[in-house]
Structure formats: C-alpha cells, structure tokens
Ligand binder design. Structure first.
Ligand SMILES: Cc1cc2nc3c(=O)[nH]c(=O)nc-3n(C[C@H](O)[C@H](O)[C@H](O)COP(=O)(O)OP(=O)(O)OC[C@H]3O[C@@H](n4cnc5c(N)ncnc54)[C@H](O)[C@@H]3O)c2cc1C
Length: 446
C-alpha cells in the first residue's frame, strides 16, 4: 500500500524522469522559487546518457558525442563550470559496403568511393551541399527521404548511402521517414563542420557526459530538490486541483506534474487522465529501440570512430570505436567498441540475452576484420532502451505532442517533441528549458 507524505511534503511540481530534460526542468523551476521533487526509475540519474565504468573511467552505456552546434548543452556546461571540460577532437568516419571498408565523409573519400559511379557522386555532392544551405524545413516535411533522394540524387545513392543509414535507424519504417529528418541531420553536420573551421570535430566531456549530470545533481541538492532514485512512478492521479504521484511504495502530492519520459512511459502512468483522442494520438507515435553492446577489446577492430554498416546481411547497423576518438589510456589501455543496433522492441533480438546477441554478431565482426578473434574480448556489456529514436514521418509537425496535456497542470517533455532537429542531449536540455518556461508562465512567474 502506498503511504502518503505529510501535507508539508506537498510540492509545487513533481518531475517524473531524471534524464537531462527532467533535471533541467527541475533546475529552472527550483531556481524560480518553486518546490520540486524528481522521481526516477533507475538508481542513477542521466537517462540515455547514463554510464558504466571501464578501466575505472566512466563511459556512456550508449555512445555519445556533441556537435559544435549543440549550443544549449554548451551553455549549460558553461553555467555549471564545465565548458572547458569539453574536448573538440577529430574523428574518422567510414562505411562498410560491398564487403569492404571505405573512408567516408570527406571530399577526397567520395572520390575514392567506388560503390557510386561518377555521375552519382556529382549529384550526391552537389545536392547534399545545396541541402545543407536550405534554411527552411517546410519543403521537406511532406515528402519521404526515400522519394526525395531517389528523385534528386538517384536510386543508386539511395541504395548505397542513405537507404542503409535510414534502415539502420528506423528498421522497417525507413521508407516512411520524412526528408526533414535527413535534412536536419545534414544541415547540422554542415554547420558543425564550418563552425569549427577544422573539418569534422566532435565534442566529448573529459571524464564522460556524466559530469554534467552530476553537476546538475549537486546544484539541485543545494536548491533543496529531492531526487527519489530507484523509484518509478506507477500512476499519476488527480487529487482535488492537483495530483498524486504514486510509486510502488509511496505517494507524493504535487500541484503540477511534468513527465520528462518517453511517450510510452507517460501513457502508462498518466494516459488514463487524458481524453481518448489525445491518448490515441500519442499511442500512434512510434520510436525504435536501441540495442547497444559494448565490447572491451584487446586490439582495435577498425581505424574508424564511426563506421556505418550499409549491408542488410549484417546483423547490426553501426560500429563505434570510441577509443579511435578518445585515447584508450583513459580506459586502462582497453579498446572500447560499441555495436549499435536500432530495432523495434518486437524484434526477437531485442530481448535476447547477451550471449545470443553476441553469437549473432561475432561472425559479422570477423567479416569486418578477418583477424578478429573472440579472445580479443576482455569484457562485454549489453544495454537496451525501448524508446531511443522517434520515427519522424511525413506531416509530423501536426502530430508533435503538446507540452500542456488536456488536463490542466499536467505537462509532457519528451524526445518525440523535438522537431525538426533530431533528438540528442542538446535538445533534451533546450526542450527542458522550454517546458520549464511554460510551467512558470502557468504559475504566473516570468
Ligand atoms: C544509442 C544512442 C546514441 C546516442 N548518441 C547521442 C550522441 O552522440 N549525442 C547526443 O547528444 N545524444 C545522443 N543520444 C541521445 C541522448 O542520450 C538523448 O536524446 C537524451 O539523453 C534524452 O534525454 P531525456 O531526458 O529527454 O530522456 P531520457 O534520457 O530517456 O530520460 C527519461 C528518464 O525518465 C525515466 N523514467 C521513465 N519512466 C519513468 C517512470 N515511470 N518513473 C520514473 N522515471 C521514469 C527513465 O528512467 C529516464 O531516466 C543517443 C541516444 C542513444 C539511445
């Protein structure tokens, strides 16, 4: 039976979820003088940016880096005294196709990329450059990436470059993804490159991105915001003009509730409060899940940080060798390889135990590097996230979930609202700030 806190424990706002969005919301509301409480399902905050340790050093469970355009992240890092801890380092990108590795992502590498013929290369290069210069997303919102690329860059470019990339992120929804998603990615990438003036440089926090999460935790502590960890909200109920947030063992009273969670979790705990059309519209949104296997290796698998796998016969979509970007000495000399696979949670591999997933992956790793041997694996870790990448289809703007729910005092801040940009730590913070402003406005605080 859930026991209730005393009346004095009632807070102005309960935030469900201690990912970057939830922590940012809690910070801004507490700074404005509201009483706030955060409940989080996991024993640690950080959500998708959570970490494990390798060689005594924290490292993300899911690979992470920043682009120079991630201004909200950089601003918050500066506010928390961490801006100088972000290192901007060169990275090397490759693609696996036609049974071999190719450099990718630079003009020189395109010249040498034989899977495309010369006319394809020219169309690809010119059209991608033009795309990066287009500032208005509107022309790309109601056309699929598949249709747009086939028309402007040709079937071969779709088959060899973009199609595999979209299949790796969106599985069987790839053909339905709107061009605006790809436009957003390319535009940011282009801007990130030109802003650094140094070619492709990606940002990483010395000591991992957990440092920003920890700094937020400390700041919340000084503001008197309790973080209830390992305590999933099980149900949000209406109580008078306010709410009661139930967990398995307790209940908290709050005048307002902000869910800073994936849409599915929000519907589970608060869906019963919504009008059926609102709940149905949210329920129709889809997201792929992420399956991420982290290998600690004795030797390097490839020379690349980021390797896209453009081959449907391979059982994963990307190989991210973190220690080709960040020095391996930080991880006790071990090489760290992420095997990335975006799948819908219904896929049989999604819930398979680690040993089965590894058994499916090892022969493919040997294809990428024939010298690879299982004995290279010093340790392995396996992570899954049910909701990792919202599927942005045509006409998505009309389906973006509202911040204010139909029920007064209930709010949602979630990855599925991020548009036309793609999800990322930067936007979790930016949209968290935005949600906090909405709550403050409703409280009459400016
Ligand atoms: C494979 C992968 C690679 C990525 N790479 C990058 C990258 O390179 N760069 C980058 O910037 N971003 C990257 N991201 C994205 C980035 O991690 C996310 O966009 C960001 O962390 C999302 O923050 P959030 O707070 O919106 O959501 P989340 O991190 O999902 O946080 C939601 C929180 O809510 C909690 N929760 C859910 N339900 C309940 C409940 N009922 N009760 C209590 N708590 C609940 C969850 O446990 C979680 O902690 C990557 C993500 C993945 C999956």
């Amino acid at each position: 039976m859930a026991s209730s806190d005393s009346a004095a424990d009632r807070v102005d706002v309960a935030v469900v979820g201690a990912g970057l969005a939830g922590l940012t919301i809690a910070l801004r509301l507490a700074e404005a003088g509201l009483t706030v409480r955060v409940v989080e399902r996991y024993p640690r905050p950080g959500g998708l940016a959570r970490v494990l340790e390798i060689g005594g050093e924290p490292i993300e469970a899911f690979y992470h880096h920043l682009f120079t355009t991630d201004s909200s992240y950089i601003a918050l890092a500066a506010e928390l005294g961490l801006e100088r801890e972000i290192e901007w380092l060169p990275s090397r990108m490759g693609i696996w196709t036609d049974g071999r590795l190719w450099d990718f992502g630079t003009p020189q590498s395109l010249l040498r990329f034989r899977p495309l013929r010369w006319p394809d290369k020219l169309r690809f290069a010119v059209s991608t450059l033009l795309l990066q210069r287009r500032a208005d997303p509107a022309p790309f919102e109601n056309v699929t990436a598949a249709a747009w690329i086939r028309r402007h860059q040709g079937e071969r470019v779709w088959q060899r470059v973009w199609g595999p990339l979209l299949y790796q992120k969106f599985a069987d929804e790839a053909e339905h993804v709107a061009m605006v998603w790809l436009w957003g990615k390319l535009r940011l990438r282009g801007a990130s490159r030109s802003r650094s003036g140094l070619g492709e440089r990606l940002g990483y926090m010395r000591g991992s991105f957990a440092r920003l999460v920890e700094a937020l935790e400390r700041r919340l502590d000084t503001l008197g915001v309790p973080l209830q960890l390992a305590e999933a909200a099980t149900r949000v109920e209406r109580e008078g003009d306010g709410f009661r947030v139930r967990t398995r063992t307790r209940a908290y009273a709050a005048d307002r509730v902000v869910a800073a969670t994936p849409v599915g979790d929000y519907l589970e705990v608060a869906g019963h409060l919504l009008e059926p059309p609102e709940a149905a519209a949210l329920g129709a949104l889809r997201a792929t899940g992420a399956l991420c296997t982290v290998l600690e290796l004795e030797h390097s698998l490839t020379p690349y940080y980021w390797l896209n796998i453009a081959d449907p016969a391979m059982p994963f979509g990307g190989l991210i060798e973190h220690t080709n970007y960040i020095p391996r000495e930080r991880y006790g000399g071990r090489r760290v390889l992420y095997i990335s696979n975006y799948l819908f949670p219904e896929h049989p591999l999604f819930r398979a135990p680690k040993r089965e997933v590894l058994a499916a992956y090892l022969p493919a790793l040997r294809r990428v590097n024939p010298a690879f041997d299982e004995s290279w694996i010093l340790a392995s870790h396996h992570f899954r996230a049910e909701s990792a990448q919202p599927v942005v289809t045509t006409g998505y703007r009309q389906r973006i979930p509202a911040q204010r729910a139909g029920v007064p005092g209930l709010y949602l801040c979630t990855m599925a609202q991020i548009f036309p940009e793609d999800r990322g730590q930067n936007y979790a913070i930016a949209y968290g700030e935005r949600t906090a402003r909405t709550v403050l406005e409703d409280c009459g605080i400016r």
